[in-house]
Design a protein. Structure first.
Length: 145
């Protein structure tokens, strides 16, 4: 019984020590990296949006519809080259896709994308910590053989 009491006190002391220590967070790193990623994506998608017709449009350097036809002719298809463009492709779809990428990169740049990620991460880490605490408590209560 004395050993059980000592273990219980040690667990409580460890929990209290963790609560009094400042938590290490990486909010600044996450903030900067996600904004930089959004910045890079913004210019990559903007560049594509301005040049998509000349590059892979119907009269472009390498028309995407001809490329998909050649891929399909070799027996490959969606499983070898997954893309939404298998459903249908024309210049309008290409331009809309590129401008959608611009819009989504602006969302990342302004930080609206990481709120969902943080919410899921926080819930998951709480569940994992709870599971570890229950497991450790269960181990504590088991009699030793």
């Amino acid at each position: 019984m004395q050993e059980l009491t000592v273990r219980l006190i040690a667990i409580v002391k460890g929990v209290l020590d963790r609560q009094t220590k400042p938590k290490e967070t990486y909010w600044l790193t996450r903030f900067v990296l996600l904004r930089l990623l959004g910045f890079v994506y913004l210019f990559a998608w903007l560049s594509l949006a301005l040049q998509v017709r000349a590059l892979i449009g119907y009269h472009g350097i390498l028309p995407a519809d001809l490329f998909l036809q050649k891929v399909h002719a070799y027996g490959s298809g969606f499983w070898q080259l997954p893309s939404l463009f298998w459903l249908g492709i024309n210049d309008t779809v290409l331009v809309i896709g590129a401008w959608t990428g611009v819009a989504l990169s602006i969302v990342v740049l302004f930080g609206y994308a990481n709120a969902i990620i943080l919410e899921e991460t926080t819930d998951t880490s709480i569940a994992i910590r709870h599971g570890k605490a229950v497991f450790n408590l269960h181990k504590l209560m088991l009699p030793r053989s």
